[in-house]
Design a protein around this ligand. Structure first.
Ligand SMILES: *Cc1c(COP(=O)(O)O)cnc(C)c1O
Length: 384
């Protein structure tokens, strides 16, 4: 049955707990499951391998992203760590240079230095940079779009033409737009990863991660094996929190985006602000591509202030918006990428992508937009 995303968000795979009829899918807080006889299983044996609540979440995520297999993990980083176990030393991966700091850290500190994988960081919004980085041993292209924090847009469809031609994987971190606004697998990607901690969970109360695959093929089997071997799986209660968060993803994304547009308008006219980075603005370099491949622009935005002293004033002055890491929840958060999320990234890369000491990133929540603007205005000492 082909259903609208709003219905899929609420009902997932339409399965329910047949023994009770519970409307809220039960939390199967059990590490292990009783065998009904020798060589007989209920389908569940041990929760590292599979758990009913996690399975309900995984099938929901597969439906939302238009994939055939999904795997849920304790964090977004655990998902990425599990995924990269499919690669071997000397495999080469092309990566967006404007990247989540933790992802950069696992690639460089663990996978490169300790396990011998190779990474080349390029501006994936520029197709030629990807083509030029390709080597004999290239096994995948890993992108974020929009990127964090500069909101650059990469053309998923065009990149997928290249990865298909070379028979390598296209992996998209879809944390910022979620399947509500963007479905990379429909555009040609092979793998989607998520930090479910962000928009999917949506309430700044749970850490989670996921991998969703276009096909249920050998790659899916391999990841299933890695998941049950490595672990770092999502706990039953946390799976339930994510299932609950996902039910309201659509209405949250709409409201957060509406708020983001209002704040962007205000920031653009603010004399203290130098530049605003948001893909929803028509003069943003990636606007047209974002519009063609996504049904929305999301609620993540960055802006640079003219005077660096304003950074401290704003971060310490906001009262409704919290100065905190993370993003995507109902509460608005403001982040200083240079010292927080991107502190692991070398200065030359930061300079190349434009992250500097005047840049702030805002994750817009579902509060009243006018209150958020007043909060920023007060913090900038524009009004008392
Ligand atoms: C937060 C984040 C991650 C890491 O997820 P955790 O749940 O914090 O481990 C990965 N990618 C992006 C784009 C993120 O924002």
């Amino acid at each position: 049955m082909k259903l609208d995303i709003f219905t899929n968000l609420v009902h997932g795979d339409l399965s329910f707990d047949e023994s009770t009829g519970a409307i809220s899918y039960p939390i199967y807080q059990s590490a292990t499951f009783k065998h009904i006889g020798l060589n007989q299983s209920t389908g569940f044996d041990y929760s590292r391998e599979s758990n009913p609540t996690r399975q309900k979440l995984e099938s929901t995520l597969a439906i939302l992203e238009g994939g055939k297999a999904a795997f849920a993990y304790s964090t977004g980083m655990a998902a990425i760590a599990n995924l990269f176990n499919v690669f071997s030393s000397n495999d080469h991966i092309i990566v967006s240079n404007d990247l989540y700091g933790g992802t950069y850290r696992i690639f460089e500190e663990l996978l490169c230095k300790q396990y011998g994988l190779q990474f080349t960081y390029v501006d994936t919004s520029n197709l030629n940079d990807i083509y030029n980085a390709y080597k004999e041993n290239t096994k995948a292209v890993f992108i974020e779009t929009p990127t964090n924090p500069m909101m650059k847009i990469s053309d998923i469809k065009e990149i997928s033409k290249f990865t298909k031609e070379k028979n390598i994987l296209l992996i998209v971190d879809n944390t910022f737009l979620t399947p509500y606004f963007q479905r990379p697998l429909d555009l040609g990607a092979d793998v989607v990863v998520h930090s479910g901690t962000k928009f999917l969970g949506g309430h700044n109360d749970v850490l989670a991660g996921a991998i969703i695959l276009k096909e249920n093929d050998e790659l899916a089997e391999r990841i299933k094996l890695i998941q049950k071997t490595v672990g770092a799986v999502l706990a039953p209660f946390d799976s339930w929190l994510l299932l609950r968060g996902i039910k309201t993803l659509g209405i949250r994304m709409e409201k957060q985006q509406e708020n983001a547009f209002k704040i962007v308008e205000w920031l653009k006219q603010n004399k203290n602000v130098e530049e605003v980075f948001y893909p929803g603005i028509p003069d943003h370099v990636g606007h047209d591509i974002c519009k063609s491949q996504s049904s929305g622009f999301g609620s993540m935005l960055s802006f640079s202030v003219k005077d660096v002293s304003l950074v401290k004033t704003i971060l310490e002055g906001v009262k409704i918006i919290s100065f905190a890491e993370s993003l995507g929840g109902v509460e608005s958060l403001i982040t200083y990428p240079m010292v927080q999320t991107h502190s692991a990234i070398p200065k030359d890369i930061l300079d190349a992508i434009g992250v500097n000491d005047k840049l702030l990133r805002l994750s817009v929540g579902i509060e009243c937009a006018e209150d958020l603007i007043k909060d920023l205005e007060r913090a900038m000492r524009l009004t008392i």
